[in-house]
Design a protein around this ligand. Structure first.
Ligand SMILES: *[C@@H]1O[C@H](CO)[C@@H](O)[C@H](O)[C@H]1NC(C)=O
Ligand SMILES: *[C@@H]1O[C@H](CO)[C@@H](O)[C@H](O)[C@H]1NC(C)=O
Ligand SMILES: *[C@@H]1O[C@H](CO)[C@@H](O)[C@H](O)[C@H]1NC(C)=O
Ligand SMILES: *[C@@H]1O[C@H](CO)[C@@H](O)[C@H](O)[C@H]1NC(C)=O
Ligand SMILES: *[C@@H]1O[C@H](CO)[C@@H](O)[C@H](O)[C@H]1NC(C)=O
Ligand SMILES: *[C@@H]1O[C@H](CO)[C@@H](O)[C@H](O)[C@H]1NC(C)=O
Ligand SMILES: *[C@@H]1O[C@H](CO)[C@@H](O)[C@H](O)[C@H]1NC(C)=O
Length: 432
């Protein structure tokens, strides 16, 4: 407990989080932020604000139908904040809300989209990188709004219209209603009524940067091909080790890579369960049959199946939820070769596990050519997490300490999954 409190005291030194607010709507919007103020965005424009760590109950929303005079006074049809261009207070409903609290419990950020003040503009609220929770409410709810909730520029929450406890939940004790179910059906990841916590609050590690996109589909449908299309991503697989490795990829196959050689593969959009790894100590005959000391895939040079542990893994799923690629380095199959897995452009975040873990491997985990994950050695639920609930262990902490960005045990998602916009190309470097 003392340690937890102490670690909290350190966070005020954290840097401010970036919020990139983008207008993809075909019309002008006046975004507002508490804290942050407000701005005017033509279609395609963006507004970047910086929000200090340890910020509670912050929100971002869109205003529509505004007119302001040159000193920033006026009024908006939806989301108006006492007539000011630069908001000092929350806006009036209906307004779709991106809500967040930064660096709270366990140094986590808590983020959500809420329809408790109704809906005015479709929204996506997502981490720019480093956390896999993108929240979308991209349907234009206004088009399907029940007559009784309709208002100019949006769709009211029933609490705003009926003001009863059934809808407003002032008693702190209420259930979903047919109206809240209407909102929930269209935006399953958003708050539809006050006690709707279960499926709607998402966490990211403190320090994450975010973007709020208004009318996310407008761009997605125009510029991003659906997963089924023929678009593909390029992976440059580079051997920077002083020794030969036999690179393997699912999908992709495999080939020998001498020091300095590069193998480029093309991976289809929509691929899930993709992996790249290095094999060491291999011998293949001229028809590509043989075996490897680490990473062997049933004796084939050109892999058709995943490799045998220990092997350091670059894992990926392309063009998934919110049109993002999800990438990670995993030590859940142990470690054989240091690795860097990074985008070659367009996405800032690369992942590194460049320490040579083999030299520091605990005796009980040592394997020829690598360092085993404890699950492989002990096969217990504590390490393998078959039950789906498990915690870090002394061994997982050993891996995490050397490679903080890599999966050290199966439930290590929070700090180990990274996202890039779909269409990004990547490079995997062995021995970076
Ligand atoms: C924001 O706008 C700037 C220039 O106007 C542009 O360079 C940048 O890519 C934009 N960012 C996003 C996320 O659209
Ligand atoms: C803008 O409107 C406010 C409030 O009505 C008024 O006090 C202010 O003088 C106006 N400014 C200009 C430049 O018209
Ligand atoms: C949503 O629907 C309303 C009502 O049909 C329309 O006025 C508005 O422009 C639509 N918004 C978007 C982003 O399509
Ligand atoms: C919800 O129930 C009320 C009363 O039973 C009814 O008048 C209303 O039309 C229903 N609304 C929806 C969206 O089904
Ligand atoms: C919108 O599409 C443009 C290309 O058409 C792209 O550069 C931009 O990053 C997209 N914005 C978002 C937020 O996805
Ligand atoms: C390579 O090894 C495989 C499996 O042992 C064998 O079937 C194949 O004939 C060998 N090819 C050559 C050219 O030696
Ligand atoms: C390759 O390794 C050398 C050290 O052996 C290092 O200086 C260099 O930056 C590495 N190159 C890449 C692309 O990682």
């Amino acid at each position: 407990m003392f340690i937890l409190i102490f670690s909290f005291l350190v966070f005020p030194l954290c840097h401010a989080a970036i919020f990139d607010i983008v207008n993809q709507c075909p019309y002008t919007i006046w975004p507002a932020a508490i804290p942050g103020g407000g701005s005017e965005l033509e279609p395609g424009q963006n507004w970047t604000i910086f929000i200090n760590p340890r910020m509670d109950d912050a929100r971002i929303w869109a205003r529509t139908g505004c007119t302001f005079n040159s000193s920033g006074y006026g009024r908006c049809e939806t989301g108006d904040c006492d007539g000011l261009l630069e908001c000092q207070t929350y806006g009036s409903s209906p307004n779709t809300l991106a809500e967040f609290t930064l660096n709270d419990f366990n140094n986590l950020d808590f983020i959500d989209i809420s329809l408790i003040e109704g809906f005015n503009v479709p929204m996506e609220f997502s981490p720019i990188a480093g956390c896999n929770h993108a929240i979308q409410c991209s349907t234009n709810i206004t088009e399907q709004c029940p007559d009784v909730l309709k208002t100019s520029g949006g769709c009211n929450n029933p609490c705003t219209v009926f003001k009863t406890d059934e809808y407003c939940c002032t008693s702190g004790n209420c259930k979903s209603t047919n109206y809240s179910n209407f909102f929930k059906g269209l935006c399953p990841n958003a708050y539809s009524y006050a006690m709707d916590d279960e499926s709607n609050t998402f966490t990211c590690i403190g320090g994450t940067d975010y973007k709020v996109v208004f009318c996310p589909n407008n761009n997605a449908t125009k510029s991003n091909p659906p997963p089924s299309s023929a678009a593909s991503a390029t992976f440059d697989i580079v051997n920077n080790c002083s020794y030969t490795v036999w690179a393997a990829a699912i999908p992709g196959g495999g080939r020998q890579l001498n020091n300095g050689e590069i193998w480029t593969i093309s991976v289809n959009a929509g691929t899930t369960g993709g992996r790249v790894w290095a094999r060491t100590g291999c011998n293949f005959n001229s028809s590509g049959h043989g075996s490897c000391e680490t990473g062997d895939c049933k004796g084939l040079l050109e892999c058709q199946v995943y490799g045998k542990s220990p092997d350091t893994l670059a894992e990926f799923a392309l063009n998934q939820y919110a049109n993002l690629d999800y990438i990670d380095i995993s030590l859940v199959d142990g470690f054989n070769v240091p690795m860097d897995f990074s985008p070659t452009g367009g996405c800032a975040r690369g992942i590194q596990c460049s320490t040579d873990i083999i030299g520091q491997c605990p005796a009980v985990l040592k394997a020829p050519g690598g360092c085993n994950n404890p699950c492989i050695v002990f096969k217990t639920d504590e390490y393998c997490c078959n039950s789906g609930t498990c915690k870090p262990t002394t061994y997982s902490k050993f891996f995490k300490g050397l490679c903080p960005d890599a999966y050290s045990y199966p439930k290590d998602d929070q700090s180990s999954t990274f996202t890039c916009p779909s269409g990004t190309n990547y490079k995997v470097v062995f021995c970076p």
